[in-house]
Ligand binder design. Structure first.
Ligand SMILES: Cc1ncc(C[n+]2csc(CCOP(=O)(O)OP(=O)(O)O)c2C)c(N)n1
Ligand SMILES: [Mg+2]
Length: 195
């Protein structure tokens, strides 16, 4: 199992100017990212929303690399995204999956067939030209630079340690420092797009 924060710190070294949709890894990424204006923390959108937003971003900004940190509950709720991405074939799209085998954000309920689903195989079967899977940080660290140099769309399934949140939603401390709409405005400014 991979520690998400440790993995994101390694990714940070190779991020370059990529636009990052940090998904449910956002609470760690916010302390690691050195280019917050190139990040799109979306808060807690409808499950499946991170990858679809990231695909839209990749299609709209085809000269920028777009990296999304999706999660397995989100992906399962919007599996059609895999075929949609594969059909669009965005060369600039890097789809990482934080697979912690549970719905950690909502208390750790089990995800169907959690230990047996091969998400890299699903992505390949949907038509992604390249898909990888890692369950330890050492292999991830050795391969991440090469993977980010591949033409997209690329899928990277990561087995990560669950960090289950059992605090009632109303009592949680917000990790976000900006509302999603503010973060997106910051990104628009950074990219020179009139708001
Ligand atoms: C359509 C929809 N249903 C339910 C929720 C409530 N919800 C927020 S996060 C979450 C679990 C997400 O699980 P996963 O994608 O595996 O990410 P993890 O929390 O494990 O990091 C749920 C059920 C939601 N945001 N959207
Ligand atoms: Mg999960």
């Amino acid at each position: 199992m991979i520690n998400t924060a440790e993995m994101l710190k390694i990714f940070q070294q190779y991020r370059g100017d990529a636009l990052v949709v940090p998904g449910r890894g956002g609470r760690h990424w916010i302390n690691i990212s050195t280019k917050p204006n190139r990040d799109a923390p979306l808060g807690d959108p409808s499950m499946g929303g991170h990858a679809s937003f990231a695909l839209g971003l990749a299609l709209a900004r085809s000269n920028e690399k777009v990296v999304v940190f999706d999660s397995e509950g989100d992906l399962l709720m919007s599996l059609g995204m895999l075929a949609t991405v594969a059909e669009q074939r965005p060369k600039n799209f890097y789809h990482f999956l934080l697979d912690n085998e549970c719905y950690a954000t909502t208390g750790g309920q089990p995800v169907p067939n959690a230990q047996n689903v091969r998400y890299d195989a699903l992505a390949r079967g949907a038509g992604y030209p390249s898909a990888h899977a890692f369950d330890n940080i050492e292999s991830f660290a050795i391969n991440v630079e090469r993977i980010l140099a591949e033409p997209g769309p690329v899928f990277v399934a990561l087995k990560v340690t669950p960090e289950v949140n059992n605090t009632p939603i109303g009592q949680r401390k917000k990790w976000q420092t900006r509302k999603p709409v503010e973060a997106l405005r910051d990104m628009q400014k950074e990219l020179g797009i009139a708001g």
